[in-house]
Ligand binder design. Sequence first.
Ligand code: C2E
Ligand code: MG
Ligand code: MG
Length: 733
Amino acid sequence: MPILRIPVWQYTLAGGSAAVLALYALGSPWAWLILQAAGTVVLFGAARRHRCGWWLFFGASAAGTLTSLWWTIRGGEPATTPMGLSLAVQYALHAAAAVQFSRLRRPGGAAEAGAVVLALAMLAWSFIVLPYLGQPGYRMVDDALAMLYAVLDLAILGTALRAATGSRRVPGGLVAGAGVLLVGAHLVYAATAAEGTRPFLPGGLPHLVLQFWWVLIVAAALHPRAAQPRAADAAPGRVTLTVMYTAAVASPLLPAIADPSAIVVVPALLTAGLCGLLLLRIVVLARLAERRARQARAALHEQQVLQRRLAHRAGHDGLTGLANRDLLLDHLGRAVAGDRPYALILCALDGFKEINDTYGHHVGDTVLCQVAGRLLLFAPEVELVARLGGDEFGFLITSGTDAAALAERVVTAVSAAPYAVDERRIHLTARAGLADGVPGNNAVLGDADLALRAAKQAGGARTARFDESLRAEQSERTRIAAGLRQALADGTLFMHYQPVVDTGTGRATGVEALMRWRRDGESVPPGVFIPVAEQTGLIGAIGARALRLACAQAAVWHREHGLYLTVNVSTHQLRDPGFTTSVLSTLADTGLPAEALVLEITESVLIDAADTPVLGELRAHGIRIAIDDFGTGYSSLAYLHALPVDILKIDQSFIRRLQDPPRPQDVSLTRAILELAGSQDLLAVAEGVETPGQADLLRDLGCPLAQGYHYGRPADADTIDTLMREHALHAAT
Ligand code: C2E
Ligand code: MG
Ligand code: MG
């Protein structure tokens, strides 16, 4: 904990040194003890916090303090061999601690250091102390102790070098410095011992040098990097094992080598064998545990790899390798929870279903993969490119990329060049919807979906951006869909009929059935509810209902007035494989002959359905097919001869231009269409005839049939009934 930006260990260094010098001047032996005891307490704290080497330093400090206490109580320098030896404990523990401190902390590391210290002690006892014990003369024992201390000094110097060159320089340097002080104290002792002073007692220079050991070690203990990093769990290395094995086996033998009598040799050999076997057993167990740990680590690694693979599979599309819907939702969730704006682009391919239906799924899949390849080129600009399923893709933008420009570039990239599959060149276009995300609001996916839908419905533009009006439209669509479901049950869907008239005679030859819906007393235009019925798939049931009602009514008019019936049909109905059967059974049930039925299909739907057998089947049964709203679709005129149709209904927009007086170019355009119909043996019907002038002109141009407010507005069956009876009466008189 730094005080005034100076770390505590530096205070300790300065304060401790000052205290030592002050006490030296004071000269009280008991005051030294207080200083040493305080250092021991600090080291005890460090040992509890950092463990390992610090327990040994604590031990060294405690041993040193006890030695001082002993010597102080006895009141003199070492008088006996044990007293002389007592200081060696502090030295030996310091050596072991310094070894331990300079290496990574490892489980069992203290035990290893302890083993080394004990082996050294055994060595010293057997060869230094034992030979001199019992021999007369104090000096001899003194010499033996000197040799023991010399061995310890060498060991300490070794550790000091190692600690000083270690990576954790500052505490390492302090520990090394403390070691040098221990050795230094001995050198001073060696230099001054001959003078007969009491060097290791207070007042002596070695004693003073020794006190600085406490200062340095305590400062090191308070250093922030005093804690040693932990090493990975591993069995001891080859060198450590060899040292420990040698120590374990050799130690019991040492006394026998020093005194090779049978009494000593036999138990020494037996003990050495026992130690060797025990250690061998421990090493085998350690190796086994390590192998198991290695296997467990390998299994864990394998499991992690598998988990990563599974996670990748769970978040990616199996076919294209792009992120899947789940992963996109996951990233979206994070964007919603974040605080930065984001945007989502949804992109759908036009007519992909037809590619699948026409060429098969193999080709469809290949095209999808190629599309994904092109879309991936945008990956660096966005957070995620995903395939949401089918032919729909998503781009999540969380950076500053211009989302609108990106949406444009995406749709351009999809249609830029044809897709090559086997020998085929397949052209594709795409639409994109874009929505801006607001942090905390997770409606962006629905918004982008609405924008995509708007882009699909809009004529020219291929991209659309979400705005609130789209949501209002969506909720209106939902309301309409719910109403239509109800209408199917309660009969509020009914038919109106509009006469189709022979321009020459002015007589009705047929009627077009037009569906009507009265919701809550108000009539909803077909232009509003038919698209919703198509989007929701309700058109199947609704169309079948319309056909049945109209056929039942027209059967009567056909019998009485020879009228034919023309009914509008949607794409969804044509895609239903049971459509032909359903039409035929309706005809059979209602009694309307197939020849009296015309099915009207708009130009674009007709081109979609041209490849399917359904139109051929219907025509084979005598049912005629009409192109509705001709001129509004995007089929080329050259394509017309290839379509399986019988009647061509010219769209109202052409007829509307034939206002009095009509412009020559408009007249010639209508004439051209009529000539085209004639050349293809198609019966032409002009739609939307509102004025007598238009009616006359069309008759003069040779248009055989016409329909419009001029002849009669769509009306209920009773009104048409009355009209037909009046006409019949008129004709009869
Ligand atoms: P459409 O098949 O082209 O029907 C002709 C539309 O023109 C009808 O609109 C009709 O009321 C309107 N119309 C007829 N004469 C005139 C005229 O002189 N001037 C003007 N301005 N309009 C005229 P409606 O009834 O609103 O139907 C709109 C569209 O809804 C139909 O266009 C048809 O595509 C669709 N539709 C109507 N009934 C059904 C149905 O039962 N099934 C399906 N799938 N679609 C239907
Ligand atoms: Mg029609
Ligand atoms: Mg029409």
